[in-house]
Design a protein around this ligand. Structure first.
Ligand SMILES: Cc1cc2nc3c(=O)[nH]c(=O)nc-3n(C[C@H](O)[C@H](O)[C@H](O)COP(=O)(O)OP(=O)(O)OC[C@H]3O[C@@H](n4cnc5c(N)ncnc54)[C@H](O)[C@@H]3O)c2cc1C
Length: 483
């Protein structure tokens, strides 16, 4: 890469960020990541202070010989590559200083936020209102928009359902808005699809532009919120999952039904994990509805004879050392007050130190049909991979609806050369074995971007490439994990 082209682009960028100090870092020393993916060569990091500086930065890099740009929001994509780009030699644009909640309408249920707005910031803003944020189980210091752009999953639903509008700087520096945006002085109902072909998801899991803001829906806060925790034995996994599916299909479950196995609960910090599985069911509504649902679940659980016990959050709150149950219970209510405890249990560090000092962590994220036989088959694959590599995989079932499970497979390892190599070998095996079984990943890490080519319909892949050619002929944005 011509060094003088980079120097010129950086000078232009510095002009674009208005001479703010320490906004451009060059050169950048190699940086570790918690997953032990190889550190990418990063020629420079640019940290704009305001959204209106981003078009100027993009234009400064819109030349044939300048390196491409890779944008992150807070860069806490732990397990999938953290801040790293898919390849080497991309200039990173860090957007965490763009942290304004531009507008918030608790009556109509939306917020216009910038990429640096964290879960903690937005959920605090919503405290004591009739709305709540669909929070994930990751750190309170992770970005709401960054997670939605990677199609992450919250405790209430997949974040794609929260995302209704985006402000994007295109590779030629033009700033556009897609999806739904509020109009000054008039209330319009949220319509993320607009009219005609929907452009919103052209910019999720995408390298067609840099997002400088988005509109996020805020969920109605239930008047009463309760979580039921039901244990069941390993031997009953098929029948219990099928029974829980029936409950989800019949409207007994509000939000993502979560099932932790012992390995997974222990790796996220629950020292009291008893063996077997623990399902967390969120109930919400008026007090009468929640009581009725509680009675219904107790009756069904008793009739099924599949469960070893039920605890209800209003009578038996989780023990102080049951980190997972505390995070899940508060998370269903849109709160991240216990989230940093779980992060520390998982990787041994608080958010700013996870990548340089945290214990090794990888994610593999497939979707699995919601059926006992499929969950059991997926767990058998994990056993096989553990036996072959010596790396024990934890699995969390996140039922997105009564048909689809987001199976969160986590690999925890120590960051020695030997164990890292075995963890990465385990990850490669997971990709192969799960896709052979039909359990396809819905998010990829920085080392497995080529799986997009393997998994997509060739026609769709070719159309994506034609669109990219039209939107970014000069390759201003770096190749991403998905294209
Ligand atoms: C213990 C633990 C629990 C976790 N729980 C969850 C969970 O419940 N659900 C979940 O989904 N994840 C979870 N994660 C994974 C991860 O931490 C989160 O997904 C986190 O929100 C991602 O980091 P971020 O928000 O900083 O996004 P970023 O890292 O900033 O962004 C993610 C990706 O989106 C793209 N992107 C981001 N911003 C922009 C932009 N402005 N313009 C264009 N592209 C952009 C980039 O490709 C980037 O790599 C967990 C991790 C750990 C360690």
């Amino acid at each position: 890469m011509p060094e003088n082209a980079l120097a010129t682009a950086l000078m232009e960028s510095e002009r674009a960020v208005g001479g703010d100090t320490a906004r451009v870092v060059h050169p950048v020393p190699p940086e570790p990541n918690v997953s032990m993916f190889a550190s990418r060569r990063v020629p420079a990091v640019i940290r704009p202070a305001r959204a209106d500086q981003v078009p100027g930065i993009v234009r400064a890099f819109a030349h044939e010989d300048t390196p491409p740009l890779h944008a992150v929001s807070t860069g806490r994509n732990w397990g999938l590559g953290s801040r790293e780009a898919a390849g080497h030699d991309a200039v990173r644009v860090e957007l965490d200083d763009l942290d304004s909640i531009r507008e918030l309408d608790a009556d109509h249920g939306w917020a216009v936020i910038e990429p640096g707005v964290t879960q903690r910031q937005l959920s605090r803003e919503l405290q004591d209102t009739r709305r709540m944020l669909n929070v994930t189980a990751s750190s309170g210091y992770s970005s709401v928009l960054g997670n939605a752009l990677d199609r992450g999953v919250g405790l209430r639903r997949q974040r794609t359902e929260d995302l209704v509008g985006l402000e994007v700087v295109l590779p030629d520096g033009e700033r556009i808005r897609v999806g739904w945006w509020p109009r000054r002085g008039v209330d319009t109902a949220v319509n993320p699809y607009g009219l005609g072909p929907s452009l919103l998801h052209l910019f999720t899991q995408s390298n067609y532009g840099i997002v400088t803001a988005g509109v996020i829906r805020l969920l109605p806060r239930p008047e009463t919120q309760r979580v039921l925790r039901l244990g069941f034995e390993y031997d009953n996994v098929v029948a219990a999952v099928d029974e829980l599916r029936r409950w989800q299909a019949q409207g007994l479950v509000h939000g993502v039904l979560k099932i932790y196995d012992t390995t997974s609960a222990a790796s996220y910090g629950t020292s009291t994990a008893q063996g077997g599985y623990l399902a967390h069911i969120s109930l919400g509504g008026t007090a009468g509805v929640v009581d009725a649902l509680t009675d219904a679940v107790f009756e069904l659980a008793e009739a099924s004879k599949l469960f070893t016990g039920i605890a209800r959050s209003d009578k038996e709150p989780p023990a102080a050392d049951d980190v997972v149950a505390r995070v899940v219970q508060h998370g269903y209510s849109g709160s991240v007050v216990h989230h940093e405890e779980m992060l520390r249990s998982a990787v041994g560090q608080h958010a700013p130190r996870v990548d340089d000092q945290g214990g090794g962590w990888l994610f593999f994220l497939p979707l699995v049909p919601f059926a006992g036989e499929h969950v059991a088959a997926a767990l058998r694959i994990l056993e096989k991979v553990s036996a072959e590599t010596g790396i024990r995989a934890g699995a969390t079932v996140n039922a997105l609806d009564s048909d689809v499970i987001d199976l969160v497979v986590s690999l925890r390892f120590s960051r020695t050369d030997d164990e890292s190599a075995r963890a990465h070998a385990a990850l490669d095996k997971l990709y192969e074995l799960f896709t052979t079984a039909g359990y396809l990943p819905y998010r990829l890490d920085v080392d497995h971007g080529q799986w997009t080519d393997r998994l997509l319909d060739p026609g769709a892949l070719a159309l994506g490439r034609r669109l990219r050619e039209a939107v970014d002929p000069h390759r201003v944005i770096a190749p991403g994990r998905y294209a």
